[in-house]
Write a protein that binds this ligand. Structure first.
Ligand code: AHR
Length: 509
């Protein structure tokens, strides 16, 4: 093939598009030899908190005709499985900082009712550790428990590990057996508190106090079970001190930390589409900065074990506050932002090894339950496509093309792209968000290594308007599929305005 032909095709597209002024242009190069890292399946995690209708009326509702004998909703479990969720964080969130896990085990009639000071709800404790483990089994997801570093004690933290993971023969593992669960749950992932840098947190601490306390908890928890992985609470409060917090926490807990937790929520606060579409640029910066700090600390203190990032809360959240119990209704625009979060995590697959959409059902969630019927929000679709197909290796992607000025961020490319190579299926998966609300992006896609097959499967998530929402009655935003033919190692594709497109291309390598 003439090596200049892709460039000629790109020039032709540029001339074509500038002559009819209807589209932007771009060029994407993919190369299966340029691997960023293996994609951890834990990137497709989720989160359930005792908050509003997430646990009660979401995953658990004994009165519903949809529920099983344990009171767990079968429709929610099924939609969770179809979503490809790998790991679920529990029981919070802010709730965790006032939660005493012993309140939630044993006979339900003996469990205390308490006021949750994070969200103001009355907590009946009808769902606790054992019910959450039933939910994990029902959905085939791994549990990730977050311990109380606010009002909790060191003993509570180590005893919870014993309750969940120790073989019978100890006080708390015997208690588990007495309550009907002789086999250890083998919970691998444990969070050392939630957003402890936030003044909104019960038992909020400064960086030094949190680090000292979390270090002692970490020691006791790992001495109770040395196979567990610990996630330390990074800053979620991106003021001018967030890096100081992370530095103190990572330095103090360097011998015990397996992950540092990061959170980020997005909103279209200024009703400015282009600005909103650039919001994950910040997420990219946060990850890059944290990765550099991890590298510095591991190198300074000669730490052999890896420390990864667990992005264990992310989503669009800006409309529904506590009065609405965070029952956010998502539109097409929001689905694009979720796709860009996932693109960002994939582009950092070497360091981001877990990510959890906040949350699973009803509360800032991809699925809703209305009058006993489950329906899918717009953001369900990109997450499902990523979780079910983007397995294998993340590839570096060269993207050249038109850009725009988004205020805080300059030269933002219209296309946001990630690329995956799945060695098991020999497929390239290209994930492309066209941020532009009005214009398509005429793109040439060039493959650098091996040969492409002769067709590509295209799935597009889109709708007539960026403001379109789904509801219990209608799925305006949903995936549509088609197949296009591919000749040689270059293909041309017009990414439609405000679309998320996933291309699955067969290869011969
Ligand atoms: O997910 C909702 C809340 O957002 C969580 O409880 C908290 O961790 C974050 O601030």
């Amino acid at each position: 093939m003439n090596p200049k032909s892709p460039y000629i095709a790109f020039l032709a597209l540029t001339l074509f598009s500038s002559s009819n002024l209807c589209s932007q242009t771009a060029r994407i190069k993919i190369d299966a030899e340029r691997v960023i890292g293996d994609i951890d399946p834990l990137l497709y995690g989720n989160f359930t908190e005792h908050l509003g209708r997430c646990i009660y009326g979401g995953i658990y509702d004994p009165k519903s005709s949809q529920s099983d004998a344990n009171g767990l909703r079968k429709d929610v479990a099924e939609a969770t499985r179809k979503l490809g969720v790998s790991v679920v964080r529990y029981p919070g969130g802010n709730f965790t900082s006032g939660y005493h896990w012993l309140d939630g085990v044993g006979p339900k009639s003996d469990r205390p009712k308490r006021k949750d000071l994070a969200w103001g709800d009355i907590e009946p404790n009808l769902v606790g550790t054992d019910e959450f483990m039933q939910f994990s089994r029902l959905t085939g997801t791994q549990p990730y428990l977050c311990v109380n570093m606010g009002t909790g004690t060191l003993d509570e933290a180590r005893n919870w590990v014993e309750y969940c993971n120790a073989p019978t023969g100890l006080y708390y593992s015997d208690l588990r057996a007495k309550y009907g669960h002789p086999e250890p749950y083998k919970v691998k992932f444990w969070g050392l508190g939630n957003e402890m840098d936030g003044e909104w947190q019960m038992g909020h601490k400064n960086a030094e106090d949190y680090s000292k306390f979390a270090l002692e908890a970490a020691k006791l928890m790992k001495w109770s079970d040395d196979s567990i992985k610990l996630i330390v609470s990074g800053s979620s409060n991106y003021n001018d001190r967030w890096m100081d917090w992370n530095r103190m926490v990572l330095t103090t807990l360097r011998d015990h930390a397996d992950y540092i937790s990061l959170h980020h929520y997005s909103g279209n606060y200024d009703k400015d589409h282009n600005k909103f579409m650039a919001i994950t640029t910040r997420v990219d910066n946060i990850i890059t900065t944290t990765e550099a700090m991890i590298n510095e600390i591991r190198s300074r203190y000669k730490i052999d074990h890896p420390i990864f990032i667990a992005f264990d809360e992310y989503n669009v959240w800006y409309r529904a506050g506590n009065e609405q119990k965070l029952e956010e209704h998502y539109n097409m625009q929001d689905a694009l932002v979720v796709a860009m979060y996932l693109n960002t995590f994939i582009r950092h697959a070497n360091i981001v090894k877990m990510a959890n959409m906040a949350q699973l059902v009803n509360v800032i969630a991809p699925m809703m339950v209305t009058n006993d019927k489950l329906w899918l929000q717009t953001i369900y679709h990109p997450l499902q496509l990523f979780a079910n197909r983007c397995k294998g290796r993340s590839l570096e992607t060269f993207v050249q093309g038109d850009t725009y000025d988004a205020g805080d961020y300059k030269k933002v490319p219209w296309l946001d792209v990630s690329t995956v190579y799945n060695p098991a299926t020999k497929e390239i998966i290209l994930n492309v968000v066209n941020r532009n609300a009005d214009k398509s992006v005429a793109t040439t896609i060039e493959n650098q290594y091996g040969n492409l097959g002769n067709s590509a499967n295209i799935t597009e998530v889109n709708s007539t308007s960026i403001m379109d929402e789904n509801s219990v009655n209608e799925q305006k935003v949903k995936p549509t599929e088609k197949t296009i033919s591919v000749k040689g190692n270059t293909l041309s594709y017009n990414f439609p305005p405000h679309s998320f497109t996933q291309m699955v291309i067969k290869t011969n390598f």
